[in-house]
Design a protein around this ligand. Sequence first.
Ligand code: NAI
Length: 251
Amino acid sequence: MEKLTGQAIIVTGGASGIGKETALKLTARGAAVVIADFNEEGANQVVTEIEATGGKAASYKVDVANGDEIKALIDWTVEKFGTFNGIFNNAGIGLVKPFLEMDPETYHKVIDVDQHSVYYGLYYGAKKMVELGVKGTIVNTASIYGSLAAVGSFNYNAAKAAVVMMSKSAALELAEHNIRVVGVAPGFIDTPIIGDDVETKKFLAEQHMRGELIQPEKIASVVSFLFSEDASAINGQTLPVDDGFLSFKIK
Ligand code: NAI
């Protein structure tokens, strides 16, 4: 696959799961990656792992729900690597509660981390790319739950549906600046966010065509492709990477 040498790409939520695996793939293709996460220790470990393979990476502690911090992260990336070509707006959380217990605090927490963070990454990211005059790519993590309602997930459903439309809307206005915006909508991925209850994991696994949870490397492969010129005709869309989850109701 095409090399990404000379590019600097930020991966939010890069300390774990999908973000970590994507950072490994991007650096293996030559990009310098900033592992941006509020888990500083985890982010540092990923940097060590990448450096051990000869890749280029740095960690940065950030709360993605804070726009000023995202702006500072992007400025820092330019100082550190001399350029800025992409951001994977991926950090996210889930707080499951029945709708009648979906109090404002629980609602806003997920909207702040899963939705507003994507706006900050798009807004400050695109402004910086335009300022630098670089061609850029922004990839946003949505979810199958951006198009499918799930019990207890009102906040998460709302945030991820917004991510799908923000990717389209921003792509429309940024194309003339040589900035591509795309989304990825994972099925259930074997990462810490889904918890470690064996029965729940078995149930979730069965909702996929192959009856297995998807490994985070599979999402990372698609995201790494989306950052490349090979994907230059994909713009504004959110790609399901769900092993068929959205394609059937009863197996
Ligand atoms: P994960 O829990 O392994 O990784 C999430 C990372 O985000 C962690 O390193 C965490 O420290 C970081 N993070 C959380 N809140 C943050 C904040 N406010 N500021 C900075 N960093 C923060 O989970 P996973 O699965 O890798 O999740 C990545 C994305 O994929 C999320 O947006 C999630 O909603 C989405 N997703 C995950 C699915 C799954 O089944 N695992 C399915 C569909 C979407």
